[in-house]
Design a protein around this ligand. Structure first.
Ligand SMILES: Cc1cc2nc3c(=O)[nH]c(=O)nc-3n(C[C@H](O)[C@H](O)[C@H](O)COP(=O)(O)OP(=O)(O)OC[C@H]3O[C@@H](n4cnc5c(N)ncnc54)[C@H](O)[C@@H]3O)c2cc1C
Length: 405
Protein backbone atom coordinates (compact mmCIF):
# COMPACT_ATOMS: atom_id res chain seq x y z
CA UNK A 1 0.00 0.00 0.00
CA UNK A 2 1.24 3.49 -0.86
CA UNK A 3 1.85 5.81 2.10
CA UNK A 4 -0.26 9.00 2.11
CA UNK A 5 1.99 11.99 1.52
CA UNK A 6 0.27 15.38 1.67
CA UNK A 7 1.86 18.57 0.32
CA UNK A 8 0.44 21.92 1.45
CA UNK A 9 0.77 24.60 -1.23
CA UNK A 10 0.39 24.14 -4.96
CA UNK A 11 3.25 26.37 -6.04
CA UNK A 12 6.58 25.95 -7.77
CA UNK A 13 8.30 23.98 -5.00
CA UNK A 14 5.39 21.55 -4.68
CA UNK A 15 5.24 20.91 -8.43
CA UNK A 16 8.98 20.23 -8.57
CA UNK A 17 8.80 17.92 -5.56
CA UNK A 18 6.11 15.80 -7.24
CA UNK A 19 8.24 15.70 -10.39
CA UNK A 20 11.30 14.53 -8.44
CA UNK A 21 9.28 11.99 -6.42
CA UNK A 22 7.89 10.50 -9.62
CA UNK A 23 11.49 9.90 -10.74
CA UNK A 24 12.83 8.30 -7.57
CA UNK A 25 9.90 6.94 -5.55
CA UNK A 26 7.16 6.11 -8.07
CA UNK A 27 4.33 4.22 -6.38
CA UNK A 28 5.76 4.51 -2.89
CA UNK A 29 3.48 7.41 -1.94
CA UNK A 30 -0.14 8.30 -2.61
CA UNK A 31 0.42 12.02 -3.11
CA UNK A 32 -2.17 14.73 -2.46
CA UNK A 33 -1.52 18.44 -3.03
CA UNK A 34 -3.66 21.04 -1.25
CA UNK A 35 -3.37 24.60 -2.57
CA UNK A 36 -5.48 27.67 -1.96
CA UNK A 37 -4.98 29.31 -5.36
CA UNK A 38 -7.87 28.42 -7.65
CA UNK A 39 -5.84 26.95 -10.54
CA UNK A 40 -3.14 24.46 -11.45
CA UNK A 41 0.40 25.28 -10.33
CA UNK A 42 1.99 27.91 -12.54
CA UNK A 43 5.37 29.50 -13.07
CA UNK A 44 5.18 32.47 -10.71
CA UNK A 45 8.44 33.87 -12.09
CA UNK A 46 6.64 34.51 -15.39
CA UNK A 47 4.00 36.74 -13.81
CA UNK A 48 6.27 39.69 -14.63
CA UNK A 49 6.18 38.72 -18.30
CA UNK A 50 2.38 38.32 -18.15
CA UNK A 51 2.10 41.81 -16.67
CA UNK A 52 4.39 43.18 -19.37
CA UNK A 53 2.20 41.56 -22.05
CA UNK A 54 5.06 39.33 -23.20
CA UNK A 55 3.50 36.00 -22.12
CA UNK A 56 -0.14 34.90 -22.03
CA UNK A 57 -1.53 33.96 -18.62
CA UNK A 58 -2.64 30.51 -19.82
CA UNK A 59 0.90 29.74 -21.04
CA UNK A 60 2.48 29.80 -17.58
CA UNK A 61 0.95 26.58 -16.24
CA UNK A 62 3.79 24.32 -15.10
CA UNK A 63 2.05 21.05 -16.00
CA UNK A 64 -1.29 20.19 -17.61
CA UNK A 65 -4.02 18.44 -15.57
CA UNK A 66 -3.17 15.16 -17.35
CA UNK A 67 0.41 15.25 -16.02
CA UNK A 68 -0.83 15.31 -12.42
CA UNK A 69 -3.43 12.63 -13.22
CA UNK A 70 -0.83 10.36 -14.84
CA UNK A 71 1.21 10.46 -11.65
CA UNK A 72 -1.84 9.58 -9.56
CA UNK A 73 -1.75 12.89 -7.67
CA UNK A 74 -4.93 14.03 -5.91
CA UNK A 75 -5.14 17.76 -6.53
CA UNK A 76 -7.21 19.95 -4.26
CA UNK A 77 -6.98 23.52 -5.39
CA UNK A 78 -8.96 26.45 -4.04
CA UNK A 79 -8.55 24.75 -0.62
CA UNK A 80 -6.88 26.43 2.34
CA UNK A 81 -5.22 24.21 4.95
CA UNK A 82 -5.98 25.58 8.40
CA UNK A 83 -4.41 23.28 10.96
CA UNK A 84 -2.18 20.26 11.50
CA UNK A 85 -3.14 17.63 14.05
CA UNK A 86 0.26 16.08 14.71
CA UNK A 87 -1.02 13.32 17.04
CA UNK A 88 -3.71 12.11 14.62
CA UNK A 89 -1.55 12.86 11.55
CA UNK A 90 -4.31 14.89 9.97
CA UNK A 91 -4.36 18.09 7.97
CA UNK A 92 -7.50 20.19 8.38
CA UNK A 93 -8.85 22.02 5.39
CA UNK A 94 -11.28 24.97 5.52
CA UNK A 95 -14.87 23.80 4.92
CA UNK A 96 -13.77 20.22 4.31
CA UNK A 97 -12.99 17.07 6.16
CA UNK A 98 -9.39 16.40 7.19
CA UNK A 99 -6.76 14.53 5.20
CA UNK A 100 -4.69 11.81 6.80
CA UNK A 101 -0.95 11.77 6.16
CA UNK A 102 2.02 9.62 7.00
CA UNK A 103 4.36 12.34 5.72
CA UNK A 104 3.47 16.04 5.43
CA UNK A 105 5.36 18.62 3.36
CA UNK A 106 4.82 22.34 3.88
CA UNK A 107 5.40 24.28 0.65
CA UNK A 108 3.36 27.34 1.53
CA UNK A 109 5.64 30.00 0.01
CA UNK A 110 5.52 33.62 1.16
CA UNK A 111 3.15 36.55 1.31
CA UNK A 112 4.02 40.08 0.21
CA UNK A 113 4.69 42.58 2.99
CA UNK A 114 2.39 45.56 3.32
CA UNK A 115 4.11 48.56 4.90
CA UNK A 116 2.60 49.50 8.20
CA UNK A 117 1.86 53.16 7.31
CA UNK A 118 -1.35 55.17 7.61
CA UNK A 119 -3.51 54.62 4.53
CA UNK A 120 -2.11 51.14 3.75
CA UNK A 121 -5.63 49.71 3.96
CA UNK A 122 -7.18 52.15 1.46
CA UNK A 123 -8.77 50.86 -1.74
CA UNK A 124 -6.18 50.99 -4.49
CA UNK A 125 -3.32 49.53 -2.44
CA UNK A 126 -2.17 46.25 -3.98
CA UNK A 127 0.64 43.69 -4.03
CA UNK A 128 2.24 41.59 -6.79
CA UNK A 129 2.34 37.89 -5.99
CA UNK A 130 -0.25 35.88 -7.89
CA UNK A 131 -2.38 35.81 -11.03
CA UNK A 132 -5.22 37.66 -9.30
CA UNK A 133 -2.82 40.52 -8.55
CA UNK A 134 -1.71 40.61 -12.18
CA UNK A 135 -5.31 40.86 -13.38
CA UNK A 136 -5.84 43.82 -11.03
CA UNK A 137 -2.66 45.58 -12.08
CA UNK A 138 -3.54 45.16 -15.75
CA UNK A 139 -6.91 46.79 -15.11
CA UNK A 140 -5.16 49.74 -13.46
CA UNK A 141 -2.78 50.11 -16.38
CA UNK A 142 -5.59 49.87 -18.94
CA UNK A 143 -7.27 52.79 -17.16
CA UNK A 144 -4.04 54.84 -17.57
CA UNK A 145 -3.84 55.24 -13.82
CA UNK A 146 -1.00 56.94 -11.96
CA UNK A 147 0.66 54.16 -10.03
CA UNK A 148 3.35 54.33 -7.36
CA UNK A 149 5.38 51.16 -6.86
CA UNK A 150 7.03 50.95 -3.45
CA UNK A 151 10.26 48.92 -3.58
CA UNK A 152 13.20 49.08 -5.99
CA UNK A 153 14.24 45.44 -5.78
CA UNK A 154 13.72 42.84 -8.50
CA UNK A 155 9.97 42.57 -7.93
CA UNK A 156 9.34 46.33 -7.75
CA UNK A 157 11.33 46.96 -10.92
CA UNK A 158 9.48 44.24 -12.80
CA UNK A 159 6.11 45.52 -11.54
CA UNK A 160 7.02 49.08 -12.56
CA UNK A 161 8.15 47.97 -16.00
CA UNK A 162 5.09 45.82 -16.64
CA UNK A 163 2.71 48.55 -15.51
CA UNK A 164 4.47 51.19 -17.60
CA UNK A 165 4.39 48.94 -20.66
CA UNK A 166 0.70 48.32 -20.14
CA UNK A 167 -0.03 52.05 -20.10
CA UNK A 168 0.20 53.30 -16.50
CA UNK A 169 2.17 56.40 -15.43
CA UNK A 170 4.62 54.84 -12.98
CA UNK A 171 6.73 56.25 -10.16
CA UNK A 172 9.07 53.80 -8.43
CA UNK A 173 10.06 54.58 -4.84
CA UNK A 174 13.06 53.00 -3.18
CA UNK A 175 14.07 53.46 0.42
CA UNK A 176 17.80 53.02 -0.23
CA UNK A 177 20.25 55.19 -2.17
CA UNK A 178 20.49 52.68 -5.02
CA UNK A 179 18.25 50.16 -6.78
CA UNK A 180 18.62 46.41 -6.09
CA UNK A 181 21.17 47.11 -3.36
CA UNK A 182 21.15 43.45 -2.35
CA UNK A 183 22.39 42.42 -5.78
CA UNK A 184 24.20 45.41 -7.29
CA UNK A 185 27.10 47.68 -6.42
CA UNK A 186 26.57 51.42 -6.78
CA UNK A 187 27.92 51.72 -10.34
CA UNK A 188 25.72 48.93 -11.67
CA UNK A 189 22.72 50.34 -9.81
CA UNK A 190 23.27 53.85 -11.22
CA UNK A 191 23.40 52.43 -14.75
CA UNK A 192 20.27 50.38 -14.09
CA UNK A 193 18.46 53.50 -12.85
CA UNK A 194 19.23 55.37 -16.05
CA UNK A 195 18.12 52.40 -18.20
CA UNK A 196 14.86 52.08 -16.27
CA UNK A 197 14.18 55.81 -16.54
CA UNK A 198 14.54 55.47 -20.31
CA UNK A 199 11.51 53.15 -20.15
CA UNK A 200 9.45 56.12 -18.94
CA UNK A 201 9.52 55.21 -15.23
CA UNK A 202 10.23 57.95 -12.67
CA UNK A 203 12.63 56.62 -10.03
CA UNK A 204 12.93 58.27 -6.60
CA UNK A 205 15.69 57.05 -4.29
CA UNK A 206 16.00 57.65 -0.52
CA UNK A 207 12.20 57.65 -0.62
CA UNK A 208 10.73 56.62 2.71
CA UNK A 209 6.95 56.18 2.50
CA UNK A 210 5.34 57.98 5.45
CA UNK A 211 1.62 57.74 4.60
CA UNK A 212 -0.83 57.10 1.82
CA UNK A 213 -3.40 59.86 1.34
CA UNK A 214 -7.05 59.36 0.42
CA UNK A 215 -10.57 59.28 1.85
CA UNK A 216 -11.73 55.89 0.61
CA UNK A 217 -9.18 55.14 -2.07
CA UNK A 218 -5.61 56.21 -2.81
CA UNK A 219 -5.09 59.84 -3.83
CA UNK A 220 -1.39 60.23 -3.22
CA UNK A 221 1.62 59.21 -1.22
CA UNK A 222 3.67 61.28 1.20
CA UNK A 223 7.35 60.64 1.88
CA UNK A 224 9.07 61.17 5.21
CA UNK A 225 10.98 64.17 3.78
CA UNK A 226 7.67 65.85 2.84
CA UNK A 227 7.65 65.03 -0.88
CA UNK A 228 4.10 64.39 -2.19
CA UNK A 229 3.29 62.24 -5.21
CA UNK A 230 -0.19 62.14 -6.73
CA UNK A 231 -1.38 58.60 -7.32
CA UNK A 232 -4.48 56.51 -8.03
CA UNK A 233 -2.91 53.28 -6.80
CA UNK A 234 0.02 52.01 -4.76
CA UNK A 235 1.73 48.65 -5.25
CA UNK A 236 3.78 47.30 -2.37
CA UNK A 237 6.78 45.34 -3.62
CA UNK A 238 8.88 45.85 -0.53
CA UNK A 239 9.60 42.32 0.59
CA UNK A 240 8.00 39.02 1.46
CA UNK A 241 7.26 37.09 4.64
CA UNK A 242 7.35 33.26 4.71
CA UNK A 243 3.96 31.65 5.38
CA UNK A 244 4.63 29.88 8.66
CA UNK A 245 1.25 29.92 10.44
CA UNK A 246 0.51 26.19 10.01
CA UNK A 247 3.88 25.23 11.51
CA UNK A 248 3.68 27.80 14.29
CA UNK A 249 0.22 26.55 15.21
CA UNK A 250 1.65 23.19 16.32
CA UNK A 251 4.87 24.43 17.86
CA UNK A 252 7.17 23.49 14.98
CA UNK A 253 10.27 25.70 15.44
CA UNK A 254 10.07 28.84 13.33
CA UNK A 255 12.46 31.79 13.04
CA UNK A 256 11.77 33.92 9.99
CA UNK A 257 10.88 30.72 8.13
CA UNK A 258 10.11 27.15 9.19
CA UNK A 259 13.43 25.79 10.43
CA UNK A 260 14.60 22.70 8.49
CA UNK A 261 17.72 20.52 8.57
CA UNK A 262 19.74 19.16 5.64
CA UNK A 263 16.99 16.70 4.67
CA UNK A 264 14.34 19.45 4.90
CA UNK A 265 12.85 17.93 8.04
CA UNK A 266 11.22 20.38 10.46
CA UNK A 267 11.50 20.05 14.22
CA UNK A 268 8.70 17.44 14.13
CA UNK A 269 9.24 13.96 12.69
CA UNK A 270 7.70 13.23 9.25
CA UNK A 271 6.85 16.90 8.69
CA UNK A 272 9.05 18.62 6.11
CA UNK A 273 9.20 22.11 4.58
CA UNK A 274 10.76 23.49 1.42
CA UNK A 275 10.73 26.54 -0.82
CA UNK A 276 10.15 30.08 0.35
CA UNK A 277 8.47 29.07 3.62
CA UNK A 278 11.55 27.16 4.81
CA UNK A 279 14.62 28.44 6.61
CA UNK A 280 17.77 26.38 6.08
CA UNK A 281 20.97 27.17 7.98
CA UNK A 282 19.55 30.60 8.82
CA UNK A 283 18.59 31.48 5.24
CA UNK A 284 15.11 31.95 3.73
CA UNK A 285 15.59 32.05 -0.03
CA UNK A 286 13.25 34.20 -2.10
CA UNK A 287 14.16 32.55 -5.38
CA UNK A 288 13.06 29.45 -7.20
CA UNK A 289 16.37 27.67 -7.83
CA UNK A 290 17.01 26.88 -4.14
CA UNK A 291 13.44 25.52 -3.91
CA UNK A 292 14.22 23.18 -6.83
CA UNK A 293 17.47 22.00 -5.25
CA UNK A 294 15.60 21.40 -2.00
CA UNK A 295 12.92 19.43 -3.89
CA UNK A 296 15.59 17.13 -5.34
CA UNK A 297 17.14 16.46 -1.94
CA UNK A 298 13.80 15.95 -0.22
CA UNK A 299 12.55 13.53 -2.89
CA UNK A 300 15.73 11.45 -2.51
CA UNK A 301 15.34 11.42 1.25
CA UNK A 302 11.68 10.40 0.98
CA UNK A 303 12.74 7.64 -1.41
CA UNK A 304 15.03 6.28 1.30
CA UNK A 305 18.23 7.31 -0.46
CA UNK A 306 21.10 9.25 1.10
CA UNK A 307 20.57 12.94 0.42
CA UNK A 308 21.51 16.30 1.82
CA UNK A 309 20.79 19.88 0.88
CA UNK A 310 23.67 22.12 1.91
CA UNK A 311 22.49 25.53 0.71
CA UNK A 312 22.48 27.33 -2.64
CA UNK A 313 24.66 29.88 -4.43
CA UNK A 314 21.98 32.21 -5.69
CA UNK A 315 21.87 34.32 -8.81
CA UNK A 316 19.45 37.04 -9.83
CA UNK A 317 18.27 37.92 -13.32
CA UNK A 318 16.09 40.98 -13.87
CA UNK A 319 13.32 40.37 -16.40
CA UNK A 320 12.90 43.80 -17.93
CA UNK A 321 13.11 43.66 -21.68
CA UNK A 322 16.11 45.58 -23.01
CA UNK A 323 17.60 45.93 -19.50
CA UNK A 324 19.64 42.82 -18.80
CA UNK A 325 20.93 42.51 -15.26
CA UNK A 326 22.64 39.55 -13.58
CA UNK A 327 24.19 39.24 -10.16
CA UNK A 328 25.64 36.27 -8.28
CA UNK A 329 27.81 35.55 -5.28
CA UNK A 330 29.93 38.20 -3.57
CA UNK A 331 29.01 41.14 -5.84
CA UNK A 332 30.58 43.82 -3.64
CA UNK A 333 33.95 42.16 -3.02
CA UNK A 334 34.88 41.13 0.50
CA UNK A 335 38.17 42.20 2.12
CA UNK A 336 41.10 40.51 0.43
CA UNK A 337 39.28 40.04 -2.89
CA UNK A 338 40.04 41.83 -6.16
CA UNK A 339 37.59 43.25 -8.68
CA UNK A 340 38.00 43.28 -12.45
CA UNK A 341 35.71 45.96 -13.90
CA UNK A 342 34.68 46.89 -17.42
CA UNK A 343 32.42 49.92 -17.58
CA UNK A 344 30.96 51.52 -20.71
CA UNK A 345 28.06 53.51 -19.35
CA UNK A 346 27.41 55.27 -22.64
CA UNK A 347 26.67 51.92 -24.26
CA UNK A 348 24.77 50.66 -21.24
CA UNK A 349 27.33 48.02 -20.24
CA UNK A 350 28.90 47.29 -16.88
CA UNK A 351 30.71 44.12 -15.84
CA UNK A 352 32.38 43.36 -12.55
CA UNK A 353 34.02 40.07 -11.66
CA UNK A 354 35.18 39.46 -8.09
CA UNK A 355 38.15 37.16 -7.59
CA UNK A 356 39.33 35.71 -4.32
CA UNK A 357 42.04 33.12 -3.69
CA UNK A 358 42.34 32.40 -7.41
CA UNK A 359 38.63 31.71 -7.87
CA UNK A 360 35.68 33.68 -9.18
CA UNK A 361 33.46 34.49 -6.18
CA UNK A 362 31.03 37.06 -7.56
CA UNK A 363 29.77 38.73 -10.73
CA UNK A 364 27.61 41.70 -11.66
CA UNK A 365 26.58 42.21 -15.27
CA UNK A 366 24.45 45.01 -16.69
CA UNK A 367 23.74 45.23 -20.41
CA UNK A 368 25.54 42.17 -21.77
CA UNK A 369 24.51 39.12 -19.73
CA UNK A 370 25.25 36.52 -22.43
CA UNK A 371 27.90 34.77 -20.33
CA UNK A 372 25.99 34.91 -17.04
CA UNK A 373 25.52 31.15 -16.75
CA UNK A 374 29.17 30.49 -17.42
CA UNK A 375 30.20 32.90 -14.67
CA UNK A 376 27.66 31.28 -12.36
CA UNK A 377 29.13 27.84 -13.07
CA UNK A 378 32.63 29.13 -12.30
CA UNK A 379 31.40 30.57 -9.01
CA UNK A 380 29.45 27.45 -8.04
CA UNK A 381 32.20 25.01 -8.97
CA UNK A 382 34.92 27.12 -7.35
CA UNK A 383 37.17 26.36 -10.31
CA UNK A 384 40.69 27.88 -10.30
CA UNK A 385 40.69 30.68 -12.89
CA UNK A 386 44.43 31.43 -13.27
CA UNK A 387 44.47 30.19 -16.91
CA UNK A 388 41.53 32.37 -17.98
CA UNK A 389 41.84 35.32 -15.65
CA UNK A 390 43.18 37.75 -18.28
CA UNK A 391 40.39 37.01 -20.76
CA UNK A 392 37.39 35.87 -18.78
CA UNK A 393 35.99 39.41 -18.65
CA UNK A 394 35.46 39.15 -22.42
CA UNK A 395 33.31 36.05 -22.15
CA UNK A 396 33.49 32.29 -22.43
CA UNK A 397 34.42 32.07 -26.11
CA UNK A 398 37.44 34.36 -25.93
CA UNK A 399 38.62 32.96 -22.61
CA UNK A 400 38.39 29.38 -23.87
CA UNK A 401 40.26 30.18 -27.10
CA UNK A 402 42.97 32.04 -25.18
CA UNK A 403 43.31 29.16 -22.70
CA UNK A 404 43.73 26.63 -25.52
CA UNK A 405 46.31 28.79 -27.39
C1 LIG B 1 6.31 38.49 -9.95
C2 LIG B 1 7.36 37.56 -9.42
C3 LIG B 1 8.54 37.40 -10.14
C4 LIG B 1 9.52 36.52 -9.65
N1 LIG B 1 10.67 36.39 -10.37
C5 LIG B 1 11.60 35.51 -9.94
C6 LIG B 1 12.80 35.30 -10.69
O1 LIG B 1 13.05 35.95 -11.72
N2 LIG B 1 13.67 34.38 -10.26
C7 LIG B 1 13.44 33.64 -9.13
O2 LIG B 1 14.26 32.79 -8.79
N3 LIG B 1 12.34 33.83 -8.38
C8 LIG B 1 11.41 34.75 -8.76
N4 LIG B 1 10.29 34.93 -8.02
C9 LIG B 1 10.14 34.15 -6.77
C10 LIG B 1 9.61 32.75 -7.07
O3 LIG B 1 8.40 32.83 -7.76
C11 LIG B 1 9.44 32.01 -5.76
O4 LIG B 1 10.71 31.87 -5.17
C12 LIG B 1 8.80 30.62 -5.93
O5 LIG B 1 7.53 30.74 -6.49
C13 LIG B 1 8.73 29.94 -4.56
O6 LIG B 1 8.03 28.73 -4.68
P1 LIG B 1 7.18 28.15 -3.45
O7 LIG B 1 6.52 26.93 -3.96
O8 LIG B 1 8.03 28.11 -2.25
O9 LIG B 1 6.08 29.28 -3.17
P2 LIG B 1 4.83 29.67 -4.08
O10 LIG B 1 5.15 29.51 -5.52
O11 LIG B 1 4.41 31.00 -3.59
O12 LIG B 1 3.71 28.60 -3.71
C14 LIG B 1 3.14 28.53 -2.43
C15 LIG B 1 1.67 28.19 -2.60
O13 LIG B 1 1.14 27.78 -1.35
C16 LIG B 1 -0.15 28.31 -1.19
N5 LIG B 1 -0.50 28.31 0.24
C17 LIG B 1 0.04 29.05 1.23
N6 LIG B 1 -0.54 28.72 2.42
C18 LIG B 1 -1.44 27.76 2.16
C19 LIG B 1 -2.36 27.01 2.98
N7 LIG B 1 -2.41 27.19 4.30
N8 LIG B 1 -3.19 26.12 2.40
C20 LIG B 1 -3.12 25.90 1.04
N9 LIG B 1 -2.27 26.57 0.21
C21 LIG B 1 -1.44 27.49 0.76
C22 LIG B 1 0.01 29.70 -1.80
O14 LIG B 1 -1.24 30.27 -2.15
C23 LIG B 1 0.84 29.38 -3.04
O15 LIG B 1 0.03 29.02 -4.12
C24 LIG B 1 9.31 35.81 -8.45
C25 LIG B 1 8.12 35.99 -7.73
C26 LIG B 1 7.15 36.86 -8.21
C27 LIG B 1 5.89 37.05 -7.42
Amino acid sequence: MSEPLVIVGNGMAAARLVDELAKVALGRYAIAVVGDEPRLAYNRVLLSSVLAGETASHDIELRPASWWRDRGVTLKYGCFATEIDVGRRELKIANEESMVFSKLVLATGSSPLRLNVPGADLAGVHTFRDTRDVDLLLTLAAGKKRVVVVGGGLLGLEAAYGLARAGAAVTLLHLMDRLMERQLDSQAAALLKSLVERKGITVLLNANTARIHGEVSVEGIELADGRLIDADAVIFAAGIRPNVALAKGVGIPVNRGIVVDDVLQTGVGDIFALGECAEHRGICYGLVEPAYEQARALACHLAGRAAAYRGSVVATNLKVSGVSVFSAGDFIGADGSESIVLSDVRHGTYKKLVVSEGKLTGAVLVGDTGDALWYLELIRNREPIAAIRRDMMFGRTLATVAKAA
